[in-house]
Design a binder for this molecule. Structure first.
Ligand code: NAD
Length: 233
């Protein structure tokens, strides 16, 4: 039987598309402390700075292209049932035509109402400004899960990973919770591959069947995809 594959991606898969991770940058995200720009407190204190920070990130995402790692997932999807659970807020999985994508931490190309979290809008352009409002008249904010906020998509993500035969972790330091805790839900007989050039990722799970591939995503993921296709497709 063909394996059901779950790809669990983090900021590192987009690094070679020119979008910086923050662990590789002394815990700063594009020169900002995450507390300054990616928390509810930051939004209360200085919404203009928060909006501007995400406006710049959004512009960068809109000018970025997927790399060989994103495209390798499309290739895997030609052969297997594959779900993508991503911690990334960029849209490079979508740009690569990946399917079955779940964004745990939101999407930078969307805005949402500060009055009703279920009012979510596709943004036509790169900017949200102070004074841009939802249909209820409330300020729009980035559709992002900030540090310290609940992660509503964690429950559907858990249900997906519980069905995996193979989990491919790519480009994640696995230190941001509850996302990293998802690995605990992978079946005990599933196989886990971890693609990360640092060689420093520690996987928070009891699993014994873990293979570390200490390579950049654009090399490691296409090679692994090829191997899985030869082995199982
Ligand atoms: P992280 O920044 O904590 O860790 C990035 C990991 O990627 C590191 O382990 C690093 O060694 C690895 N890496 C660096 N270059 C790589 C490459 N070329 N190929 C493969 N791996 C590489 O990222 P995280 O674990 O995703 O957690 C950070 C949080 O920050 C996420 O929740 C996300 O929402 C947010 N974030 C998102 C983006 C994005 O959307 N692209 C960018 C920065 C931060």
């Amino acid at each position: 039987m063909k394996p059901h594959i779950v790809v669990f991606s983090g900021a590192g898969i987009s690094a070679e598309s020119g979008i910086k991770t923050f662990r590789d940058n002394d815990g700063l995200w594009e020169n900002h402390s995450i507390h300054e720009v990616a928390t509810p407190e930051a939004w209360q204190k200085n919404p203009e700075l928060v909006l501007e920070f995400y406006n710049v990130r959004r512009e960068q995402v809109l000018n970025s292209k997927p790399n060989a790692a994103h495209l390798a997932i499309t290739e895997l999807q030609n052969h297997f049932e594959v779900n993508v659970i991503t911690q990334n807020i960029d849209n490079l999985h979508e740009q690569a035509n990946n399917k079955n994508i779940l964004h745990l931490h939101g999407e930078i190309t969307k805005a949402r109402s500060t009055a009703n979290p279920n009012l979510i809008y596709n943004l036509g352009g790169p900017k949200i400004s102070l004074g841009d409002t939802c249909e209820l008249g409330s300020q729009l904010r980035p559709h992002i899960v900030w540090f310290g906020e609940a992660v509503p998509m964690i429950v559907p993500a858990t249900e997906i990973i519980e069905k995996a035969n193979i989990v491919i972790v790519v480009g994640s330091s696995l230190v941001v919770y509850p996302a990293a805790g998802l690995l605990e839900y992978a079946p005990i007989d599933s196989k886990i591959y971890v693609i990360d050039p640092s060689g420093e990722v520690s996987v928070p799970t009891q699993h014994k069947n873990i293979t570390f591939i200490n390579e950049k995503a654009s090399l490691g993921l296409p090679k692994l995809a090829q191997k899985l296709i030869e082995e199982y497709a």
